[in-house]
Each structure stands twice: as C-alpha cells, then as structure tokens.
Design a protein around this ligand. Structure first.
Ligand code: NCD
Length: 305
C-alpha cells in the first residue's frame, strides 16, 4: 500500500483493501508473530470528539504490536482550549510520535491537517465526512461473514450525516455489490455521494422502507441517527426512533443475514436481536484490533508495499 496518509476510503483500491484485510487475517490467526515488533514506536492520539471503540482499539493495536501511545486527552484540558489551531497542534505532536490518529468534528479536518505533517496521519472520523478505518474493519467483517463479491447490502439509518456510511459506500464500489440505502427522505445520502457512486458504476437504490428489500439482503448495516450533527434539534426529534429493528422486523430476513452496526447503538437494534444468529456487531467491533494492527504495520513498517 503506497499512501502517505489515510484520509478517505475513496483513495483505496481493491488491491489496497485486500492487502489490509489479508494482513489483518494473518495477524488474527497468529497475533504472537507480531507481538513486540514495534517496541519503541509511539502513536499520537488526537481526539477532538468523543470515542470509545476507535480510540481504545488504536491504543490496543499499537500496544499489542509492542509500541505505545501518547494521547492529547480531552480538548478542554489541552492547548486547544487556549485557541491553538489544528495545524499547529499536529505540527507539534508529529515531533513526538511516529504516526498520528485524528478525529475531529469538522469535515475536511484530516485532509487539512495531513498537509502540515510528514508522519502518517490516519483519519479516525472527520465530522460527517469519512471514517476509513471503520470501513476497513467493516469490510473485514463482511468478507468473513458474507463475502465481498456478489453482495447485496442494505445500509440503513442516518445516511446524510453518517461518516461510516459514506466511507463504506465508496469502498464497496471496488467490489461487485448492490447497495440499498434505507432512510427517511430527510436523511438520504448527500447527492454528491449518490453521483459519485453512479460514476463508479455501482448499482444503488434508495428506499424509505426496509420491508421493500429486507428479504434480498446478505448484510444489513444499521446506523445511529447522528444527533450531534443536526443544526436543528427539532429535526432530530422528528426522525429519532424511526428505523428500529427487532426480532419481529426480521421475520422476513434470509437465515444467512448478517446484521452490522458501527456502534454505539442508541435504540436502532433491540437487545433481543443480540442473541440471534444475525447479530454480528460485537464481532465487528472486535475486528477493529487485527485490522488496526495491520494498518499500523503497513503504515509504520519499513517494507510497506
Ligand atoms: C461511529 C463514528 O464515530 O462515526 N462510531 C465508531 O467509530 N465506531 C458511528 C457513530 O458514532 O454513530
């Protein structure tokens, strides 16, 4: 993989994706083979927005490889609260570390920050923009459970503000997939994303109702309504609570359906679904470790291809 930074999944070819997923599978099968190989390596964590899985799994991945992390901590306790710009902060922290992981509420922040640093910068979510490392662990999970070609996937929920959705939709255009997007009209995919997906020759359809497509799906990817991105909270209240699934909703599903969710969930998937064969979201979150170990290895390794 020859990239200086990882900013969006648009930059990833099928070959790039397969390189990461294959390496992740090797690491998952034999984690002891890489344990300790990055002793002395430091990863800088800059999270300007809340995170549990992404931040902790990057930290776990770096430590499992033998390295360590330095963490800016909460924005309120850092110099950001004194008015320091993102460009200045990343220029300082790159001098302390071998790579940076950045999450920021502003779309485009990772692209901008990457222009100021020479160490690899990995986008861990930029506003409603992109979240490419989530996509890589999503693709890993899809490949393990349903296969990536000849795939029919339904992506449901907040398609407008959901960055995991945007990143996944672009990445899937590298494979032979049909993508169904299910949301209220007000939370449809941004039109430029729809345009790009068409341009990339992928088959996409938009729906307001899951029942219209559920029985055809191999994978159902459910997402949270991104409350924090709504300019008008009244608009949020109108759509909150729509598109919830429970055991009854799933009566029409194929037995092989794989249900995914990037988490955190609020109430999109009833807890009663957790015990069914469909539920794959906790496995999906766990896959974040081998996938992020593989990514760090590819970005930090001396022999990265
Ligand atoms: C997602 C995110 O932060 O975009 N979470 C994650 O990284 N697993 C999804 C979300 O917050 O809804």
């Amino acid at each position: 993989m020859r990239h200086d930074h990882l900013i969006t999944s648009k930059q990833l070819s099928r070959e790039d994706i397969e390189t990461v997923l294959d390496r992740a599978a090797e690491i998952a099968a034999e984690p002891e083979a890489v344990a300790g190989t990055y002793e002395g390596t430091l990863l800088g964590l800059l999270f300007y927005e809340p995170s549990t899985r992404t931040k902790m799994s990057f930290e776990t991945a770096m430590k499992r490889l033998g390295g360590d992390v330095v963490d800016m901590g909460a924005v309120e306790s850092s110099s950001v609260s004194k008015g320091e710009t993102l460009a200045d902060t990343v220029r300082v922290i790159e001098g302390y570390t071998d790579a940076l992981v950045l999450r920021h509420p502003r779309e485009g922040a990772a692209t901008m920050a990457s222009e100021f640093v020479d160490v690899p910068l990995i986008n861990a979510g930029d506003g409603a923009g992109h979240h490419p490392t989530q996509t890589l662990l999503d693709l890993y999970t899809i490949r393990e459970n349903a296969g990536l070609d000849d795939l029919t996937i339904g992506i449901m929920g907040d398609l407008k503000y959901g960055r995991t959705v945007h990143s996944l939709a672009y990445a899937l255009t590298n494979f032979d997939t049909t993508q169904h997007f299910i949301s209220p009209t007000s939370l449809q995919l941004p039109r430029e994303v729809v345009y790009d997906l068409h341009q990339r020759g992928t088959s996409i359809k938009e729906h307001e109702d899951l029942a219209a497509v559920l029985e055809t799906l191999d994978v159902l990817y459910v997402t949270r309504i991104q409350q924090e991105r709504f300019p008008d909270k009244e608009e949020y209240r109108k759509v909150a609570g729509q598109y919830q699934i429970d055991v009854e909703t799933l009566e029409a599903a194929r037995d092989e359906l794989t249900i995914m969710h990037p988490l955190p969930r609020v109430n999109e998937i009833a807890p009663e679904v957790d015990g069914t064969e469909y539920a794959t979201y906790f496995e999906q979150a766990h896959n974040g470790i081998p996938v992020r170990m593989a990514l760090l290895d590819l970005f930090l390794g001396e022999t990265d291809e």
